[in-house]
Structures are given as C-alpha cells and as structure tokens.
Design a protein around this ligand. Structure first.
Ligand SMILES: [Zn+2]
Length: 260
C-alpha cells in the first residue's frame, strides 16, 4: 500500500515523465477510479493543456495544469507508468502527450482516485489533512501542539491523516520502533524529548526510505520493516518481535526495548 515515500517516488516520476508536454488526449479506461468528476469533463478540462508542476501532500499528488489541478491518490495498488507503445495491463486513465509518449495511472484493485481540483490548498483544508512531515515549515513546536490534549494510543495518532498527513501502518510502527516507544502508549505520556525524537525519526526514516527507493536499494536491515513477523528477532536488542492489533491494524513491535 503506497505510503508517503512511495507517493514521493511517484511524484518525482511524474515530474520526469509528465511535465511540459501538451496533453493531446485523455482516455478513461475505467470510470471507477474517477472521483467526483465525469469522464468527459476530465478530458475536456485537460486536453490541450500541459502539466507544469507537481506537488505532494501526504499521500496525495497534485499536478498543475494551469487553472486546474489533477489530483491522484494511489489507494492500495495505484502506480504510474510512462510508455511509448505497450499499454500497461491495469491502466485506468491514460494521458496521451503530443510527443507520442503516454502516462498511465495504473490501479489493479481500483481503490485509487483520479480527480480534478481547483486548488490543492483548499483541498487539503476541506479534507482536514494535517501537515506533511517533510514540509520544512513544519517545526517541532507545531508537532508538540498537535500532540497536546490528545488521548489514545500514540500509533493511532501517528496514523491519523488529520494530525499528520502521509504516515500509514508500516511507518507508524517503524517510527515507534526506532524511538523505543510502545505503540499503545497513551499520547499524553509522550514527554518533550520523546516528541522531539519521534519527529526526528519520522523525517529521517521517510527521507532514508525515499533515497533508497530512488536508488533501487532495500531499506536498512536494522529497520523493523525487514522483520515484520511474530517471533522474529529484534535487530536492535535481540528481543522478540510481537504482533498485535492496534487501531484495527496489524502492528509489530519489539517486546523488549519499546517501553509502554
Ligand atoms: Zn528490541
């Protein structure tokens, strides 16, 4: 399931393959991925324009088409593919560029969304999305404010898109693993130093995974991501990895070094 690092990679891919080419046609192969927009409107509003820039917020990608923005959300199996001849099997919406190249939004399981929006900032506000953790204007003080007066498990807070946009199940577990915090720890028992450590780990992990993805490399062996299995040995302390369910999601943590 694409989380923030994967969507960042898609965003860079879109930037490399989708910008500054006249959109000759838009083909909707499967209307089920369309948001609130009718297929003819999507085609009419984009044809003849060119994508000028791409921006990501959390797991959402926006491409500026001058006057309107394409909005993509990748659901569970969304992906992008640029090609000249062989159309990908699960292409649901295809942008045909005047130079003969095509950019397909692929989505095998159809949980993704293709839509238009007039303004990404308004979209973010209307959908109540929290700040993007890699936004440089997002500071520790902002993060600590977001944690104030909250209750419930820290893992569920990290996964709430209205608090922080872009963290899903895997990275919430990873952040807590690397900061030695039990996923069920109540948020009001996260102290100042831990809040700082969580924000720092969040950024370090996201940046490192993006860099590794970009280079076609695996994430480090010291990451919990490579040890998500009940009974596995913790790569940090040799303890045992425990599986549980938090916030309805399968959760892994080290039974020894992550403190409740
Ligand atoms: Zn451990």
């Amino acid at each position: 399931m694409p989380e923030l690092p994967e969507v960042e990679i898609y965003s860079r891919y879109f930037r490399r393959h989708g910008l500054r080419q006249k959109i000759a046609a838009v083909r909707v192969r499967d209307e089920r991925v369309l948001g609130d927009i009718r297929p003819d409107r999507l085609v009419r509003d984009l044809r003849g324009r060119a994508f000028r820039d791409v921006r990501r917020h959390g797991k959402h990608l926006f491409a500026d088409a001058g006057g309107t923005w394409l909005h993509l959300h990748f659901g569970m199996t969304g992906d992008l593919a640029a090609y000249r001849e062989d159309e990908p099997r699960f292409a649901r919406v295809i942008f045909d560029f005047a130079n003969g190249m095509h950019l397909a939004f692929e989505d095998m399981r159809l949980f993704g969304v293709v839509d238009l929006t007039s303004d990404p900032d308004r979209f973010i506000a209307e959908h109540g999305l929290g700040p993007d953790p890699l936004d440089p204007t997002f500071k520790l003080a902002d993060f600590r404010r977001l944690l104030e007066r909250r209750k419930g498990a820290v893992k569920s807070l990290l996964m709430s898109q209205e608090i922080i946009a872009g963290i899903g199940n895997l990275y919430a577990d990873e952040i807590l693993f690397q900061t030695s915090i039990h996923p069920r720890r109540p948020v009001d028992r996260i102290d100042r130093d831990e809040a700082r450590a969580v924000l720092h780990a969040m950024r370090k992990i996201l940046r490192e995974v993006i860099a590794r993805h970009e280079a076609g490399r695996e994430v480090p062996g010291s990451y919990l991501l490579n040890h998500r299995e009940a009974g596995a040995r913790c790569p940090r302390c040799g303890g045992t990895v425990v599986r549980s369910v938090v916030f309805g999601r399968t959760t892994y943590h080290c039974g020894r070094h992550q403190r409740a």
